[in-house]
Design a protein. Sequence first.
Lengths: 364, 131
Amino acid sequence: MSELKTTPLNETHRQLGGKMVDFAGWEMPIQYKGVIAEHKNTREAVSLFDVSHMGEIYFEGKDALTNLQKLTCNDVSKMQIGQVQYSALLYENGTFVDDITVYRLAESSYFLCVNASNVEKNFLWIQSHLQGDLLCENRSSQIGQIAIQGQKAINVLQQISKESLEEIKYYWFREMELCGFPTTVARMGYTGEDGFEIYCPQEHTVAIWEALMEKGQSFGIAPAGLGARDTLRLEVCFPLYGQDIDDQHLPLEAGLGRFVALEKGDFIGKDILQKTKKEGIQRKLIRFVLDVRGVPRSHYLIYDAEGQRSIGEVSSGTSSPTLGKGIGMGYVPIEHSKIGNKINIQIRNKMVPASIVKPPFVTI
Amino acid sequence: MREIASGLLYSKDHEWVRIDGTECVIGISDHAQNSLGDIVFVELPALDDEIDAGDEFGTIESVKAVSSLVMPMSGKVIEINEALDDEPEMVNDDCYGAGWIIRIETANMEEQAALLSPEQYEAFLAEEEPE
């Protein structure tokens, strides 16, 4: 595994007993004590996640806004300084290059947080479309990122911050010192819980992690790995690039239409999305719960109610630690996508009945 | 180092066998349960199924992965651990005890010669996963 990239916390994970795996070319902890325990600790108390593998691409200069308006599908002109926006980079055919979050740092200064697996692809895509007067830089290797998630996250983070964290609203951020180091702290996450994502200079990631672990002891803090991150996000139906969204699907099919600002000016992918919106989508990302025991997983086939005809494929699936049931998502033709509809999931050689449900699976 | 219970025989598929006359109790090893992580579902065979050594007799699913259960010896299923339906996590908590999986009437006792002693299984694990 010597060729894998490592985050500043690699040694810390090993000391904490993390089971290290290859994730998109990064050596990352999939779990420490166990996925279910880490999942429940996030739902009930507070967990720390190393997300330093995520990428950060900066846009600075007079034409930063114009370029972001063209490259992303949401309306960046509506963002205030200190605000975060969920968005996507799309191809001309309207499918995903990546899903991203946009941060407005100053008048003409922004950064995008992008998926680890897509950093290089995104940066090349962006560079090939830049126009005018701006600096665009991939600073992913200089920045560490820690997510602190759970109802006690605010209490723990408050121990090392002089700012009033309560004042930071959901999907807003503030630049502040933590442990004497400059950081960007955003109130958001990928678990459905209250929490924060902390960006810091990579060389100070370990110090901030250790301070949070120490101050968090009395709040029940524990590290959580990528396994729990996946079950947590699936329970609240957050899509994952490479599984639920990709270069084969449109944001409208994924149920992400509210992040597509068709009313703003031109952007890459707009024409096809406008046309699709007018004509209606042909397939849709559904959420389903198995009616009996079992665990649906990516690429299992979805069949119709009679179990006769294959109508799609599971994009993500797992056993929900909160519900104790098999849950999943997948694309099916629009005529099969109604909430309450019965479908079947082929698990090995069996048809396992499932029901289409309204997202999310778990309400926080 | 994972626990390797004494008095049992092991297969290279990480099942254990407790021989009791012509009957055998079968489960998975501590190494296997630890590699799988949190077990959430065990799919068991039907009573009276006759299954050959090396064939699949069920599946075991953790949050992370799905794995086949492979018969260490040929035989007829005479009892299944129904408690695993409600508490599959017993395989994690007590893989050599309450987390047993099936009991069979063996078809061919001589097949035990192909299984590993605890010492051989320990050596096999060390070889498979040098730590």
